[in-house]
Design a protein around this ligand. Structure first.
Ligand SMILES: [Zn+2]
Length: 409
């Protein structure tokens, strides 16, 4: 029985193979005119990308060009090529001026106009613009790969475990998506990471998630605090990627305080200095109004730190007050395109400023007398009514008695 099935399978496979092979010449015919041999693109991270190939043409080449773009870019760069007699082409792209994000994919292909006046296009090739300044090692599980260059084997394993723990901590309110690969690059120090961000053309901000690329960059030095750092930084950045995968184009519509608040909330070891920063800012009355954290976070590192601390605390307050369904109502309304303040009103029934005030009162203990007074106000009114009416009556009674006394005199 099994033997027969295997035989049938073999026949199917062979038939498919023959069918595929017989398609080959047709494909070659479809791109008549030019054949591009040995296309290569070699990045020197932060400096250049060298493109080389040999273009074979059926008739003399009038003009040849190299076309390339970042995988998620819309604009394609076009460079005219000098073709050597043997068809060799070579172009060095200055990657220090017009940068691609680190670890992003670059797609490139060739075009040539031949003496018949027609323009022929090659098949596209792609390369990953890796930060090849470091001897990366890697370890993977499922579709998650950790890359690191400092620290031993257990360093990589711990990082992979932190990614798993992060997924667990966010799974109840962020849909997990691992159909696309996910890469975590761990730099051993902040300077190396900051260089990458500068060379990659983005400002540095702690760790970073290239959500659209499925790439996380963090700086974690091997040492006694590596585990706490892994368990806060890796889940945080993964949350950005999972949110992006869940929300797609609507991700950009979410306010900064909400996205950063959610990402900070899934950290397994939240930054212990957040509470202290909140206390000090609350006492000095220097908290940033949440409404100012809608579009982006402050650029200077001190205010940015406070912005993270506030967002983490504020979003946790929302979750505790309105539940996980409150949070998903929020992302839902922002996805519909509601602006920052209106989204909160629609999803949670209070304006952003009202919610900000309640958070300051309930979590930071601000304005306790004010809150106490407001809570007591109905009772105070009642007290006034209860007391004033009899007093008024008493005064009236005394007046009337005096009147009577005067009349009787
Ligand atoms: Zn973040």
């Amino acid at each position: 029985m099994t033997a027969t099935r295997n035989r049938i399978l073999q026949i199917i496979v062979v038939t498919l193979l023959v069918a595929t092979l017989s398609l080959k010449p047709k494909q070659a015919q479809a791109q008549e005119g030019i054949v591009v041999e040995n296309p290569q693109a070699v990045p020197d991270f932060g400096r250049s990308i060298t493109f080389t190939a040999k273009i074979k043409a059926s008739s003399p080449i009038q003009q040849a060009s190299l076309l390339f773009r970042g995988i998620n870019e819309e604009a394609t760069r076009v460079e005219t090529l000098q073709v050597a007699e043997d068809g060799s082409v070579n172009f060095v792209y200055d990657a220090s001026l017009n940068v691609f994000p680190p670890f992003s994919w670059v797609v490139y292909w060739f075009q040539a106009t031949l003496s018949d006046g027609k323009t022929y296009t090659s098949e596209p090739n792609r390369i990953q613009y890796n930060d090849n300044r470091f001897p990366w090692r890697e370890v993977s599980q499922a579709n998650v790969t950790v890359h690191w260059y400092a620290g031993d084997d257990s360093f990589g394993t711990s990082a992979l475990n932190s990614a798993g723990a992060g997924m667990l901590s966010m799974k109840d309110f962020i849909p997990l998506s691992l159909t696309e690969p996910l890469h975590i690059y761990i730099y051993s120090n902040v300077t190396d990471l900051r260089d990458t961000m500068l060379l990659g053309g983005r400002e540095w901000s702690g760790g970073h998630a290239h959500a659209d690329l499925g790439v996380v960059l963090v700086a974690i030095p091997p040492g006694p605090s590596q585990l706490t750092e892994m368990e806060s930084k890796i889940p945080h950045e993964l949350a950005h990627i999972m949110l992006y995968r869940a929300l797609g184009d609507q991700y950009e519509k979410q306010p900064a305080w909400l996205v950063e608040g959610i990402a900070s909330m899934v950290e397994i070891y939240p930054n212990p200095d957040y509470d202290r920063a909140l206390e000090i800012a609350s006492a000095n009355n220097t908290l940033i109004p949440i409404v100012d954290l809608c579009d982006s976070f402050p650029a200077d590192s001190g205010s940015a730190f406070l912005a993270y601390a506030q967002s983490q605390s504020f979003v946790t307050y929302i979750r505790d007050s309105f539940g996980l369904s409150g949070l998903s109502r929020l992302t839902g309304t922002y996805s519909e395109g509601f602006e920052c303040d209106l989204g909160v009103t629609k999803a949670l029934g209070a304006s952003l400023n009202q919610l900000d005030a309640r958070w300051r009162e309930n979590v930071l203990g601000q304005n306790r007398t004010g809150v106490a007074l407001r809570n007591l106000l109905p009772f105070l009114l009642l007290l006034v009514l209860v007391l004033i009416v009899p007093i008024w009556g008493a005064i009236d009674l005394v007046r009337q008695k005096r009147k009577h006394a005067a009349q009787s005199k």
